[in-house]
Design a protein around this ligand. Sequence first.
Ligand code: MTE
Length: 327
Amino acid sequence: MATFKAPHIPSSEITAESVYLQRRQFMKVAGLLAAPVMGGLALDTKAAPMTGGVSLDYQAAASGPEGYWTDEDATPAGDISSYCNFYEFGTDKGDPAKYSHEMSVDPWTIEVVGEVAKPGKINLEDVLSRYALEERIYRLRCVEAWSMVVPWVGFSLANLIKDFEPTSKARYVAFETLYRPSEMRGTRSYTSTIDWPYKEGLRMDEAMHPLAILSVGMYGKTLPNQNGAPVRLVVPWKYGFKSIKSVVKIRLTEEQPPTSWQLSNAREYGFYSNVNPEVNHPRWSQKYERRLPSSLFSPNRIATRKFNGYEEQVASLYAGMDLKKNY
Ligand code: MTE
């Protein structure tokens, strides 16, 4: 049975850096990747693997609505890309940074199927030129009780879903990660019990919520492989495991889709998995979290907020629902 590790403070794994991002605006980077830039990106991508080295040079501009960005200090890029959960590459926090370069992310296509009028595939270049990219500075709260603030670059998931024309039967959205054992040593491990490919799901209204994005970058650069390159989901009011990495398939469904962590341990991990300090994990409290960078001597322990601080924006999605039952 796959389990998350009980929270602890691996001080050795966390390198404090002095670089902090303090942008106080939710920034929009609309229309930056027009066709000529796209050509450049494709060439750059071939010249160097997309493991964090290639700068997309997203130039931020214009601010967006309040509540969709945080002015808390962003976690240094080095911490975000060295302390990761990406079980396809191993279960240690450092494994994804060590081994995810073995995953080839070029070319990349996302297939959208199921309850849609226009099922089909879209390749990454078209994704980048079609959807307006924005910078969203979000908190990310892992179920293991650590958290970060990440300046993502991404676009609204709703915009992509709408383009494939959901039918009236579409009630849920299921996501799948790439499954390529030859490039993902964690999936070849005999001790791994995750049902590959990694699967996640959202209710349709959650997926269409403006906070839900598909991210292609962070800190204004291409997403490092270990953080889910080239495109990953970010749902900031839910525990981090809902934010599935390296997405290749999106299926709209009538029924609630199975998810990897539910399949692995349904008692500990529910479908909703909204961040909630009032509902403890069966093996540990969810009342507090360790904000990275954190160390043994400076644990940086802070109170966890309901819906990870996005209550105002998303609580209405769950009106009348028992969040203890629907954990
Ligand atoms: N997606 C896939 N495909 N495989 C994973 O193991 N781990 C999840 C989530 N997405 C995971 C995944 C978990 S547990 C967390 S907390 C976040 O990714 C971590 O994202 P980060 O490593 O970019 O911080």
